[in-house]
Design a protein around this ligand. Structure first.
Ligand code: DAK
Length: 257
């Protein structure tokens, strides 16, 4: 891996992925995105891993897709490269994915953070969809996910002006889960990951899938989907363990079975 660093055992049941093109503010070139896609797939297949943290560095989560790599492309070049299949695969990651964001999360970087399930931001984080300033528009879910996260008025403003918002604004609009001082954002993301890693990984995966379904369907179908996943948790040993532990007043030991 050239542009990402992976620690499969960052903490118990927690993997850490760091985007690693610091000089380019972690601009997402094709190779980086391919490495990220393959890594997430491998971590999804690794039973030891229950939660994944995705981060950049203090200065940048990611300043967007690599503009230099895109600048001379035609629509047909883009079609042939088919980056969407990479983004779609990332979106389908089954395990809970926490973005730990500091510095710039712009364009594709903001879209990548929004593709994660939760965002912990440092006070220095800046979010934005500045594609309009370079003559294009968001292409990896920005107009959809941002609108669902912060509502039409603010999403429209960000997408049409390209202006950045601070982490405090992002917090007040409901884009991020928590804002903490820069020196604390990894610690905070890790605490959140640990809390989730203590749960049944089967229940966590089914719950994540069900929450995501609420964005993709209407209520009736979403409730049916939720019910089926709810029943499915009852076929796991973790369900027996979780309920038994409650009755016996002890901490459950989940095995992911
Ligand atoms: N691409 C390539 N290089 C970038 C970059 C980017 N997005 N952002 C920064 N860099 C590079 C700069 O060119 C500079 O490199 P050198 O000149 O030193 O070689 C280095 O990183 C440091 O950047 P600056 O010198 O500009 O640093 P400053 O602190 O002065 O400014 C900044 C930071 C973040 C405000 C500025 O760098 C900036 O405005 N960056 C561009 C932000 C942007 O417009 N992002 C949106 C890009 S478009 C798709 C999926 C996704 C997308 C498209 C398609 N498909 C699935 C098909 C997404 C599109 C986008 O994200």
């Amino acid at each position: 891996m050239e542009f990402i660093k992976v620690n499969e055992a960052y903490a118990k049941h927690i993997a850490l992925i760091e985007l690693n093109r610091p000089k380019e503010l972690n601009a997402l070139n094709l190779q980086l995105m391919g490495e990220l896609r393959d890594t997430l797939k491998a971590l999804d297949d690794n039973d030891e891993v229950r939660v994944i943290i995705l981060t950049g560095n203090k200065k940048a989560f990611a300043a967007g897709a690599d503009i230099k790599q895109m600048a001379n492309k035609t629509a047909i070049d883009m079609l042939k490269i088919d980056q969407f299949s990479t983004w779609d695969q990332i979106r389908k990651t089954k395990k809970p994915l926490i973005a730990a964001v500091s510095g710039f999360a712009l364009g594709g970087g903001c879209e990548l953070a929004m593709t994660c399930d939760m965002i912990i931001a440092s006070e220095s984080a800046k979010f934005g969809q500045p594609e309009i300033k370079i003559g294009v528009m968001p292409g990896a879910g920005g107009t959809q996910r941002l609108t669902k996260a912060i509502g039409k008025a603010k999403a429209m403003e960000l997408v049409l002006t390209g202006r950045f918002i601070s982490s405090e604004e992002a917090m007040s609009y409901g884009l991020v889960n928590k804002v903490v001082p820069v020196e604390m954002y990894m610690h905070e993301a890790t605490s959140l990951a640990k809390e989730i890693a203590n749960m049944s990984p089967i229940a966590a995966q089914l719950a994540k899938e069900s929450v995501n379904r609420s964005f993709e369907t209407h209520l009736d179908e979403g409730l049916t989907f939720e019910r089926k996943n709810f029943y499915l948790t009852f076929s796991s040993e973790d369900q027996t363990e979780g309920m038994q532990a409650f009755v016996e007043k002890r901490k459950p030991e989940y095995k992911g079975k």
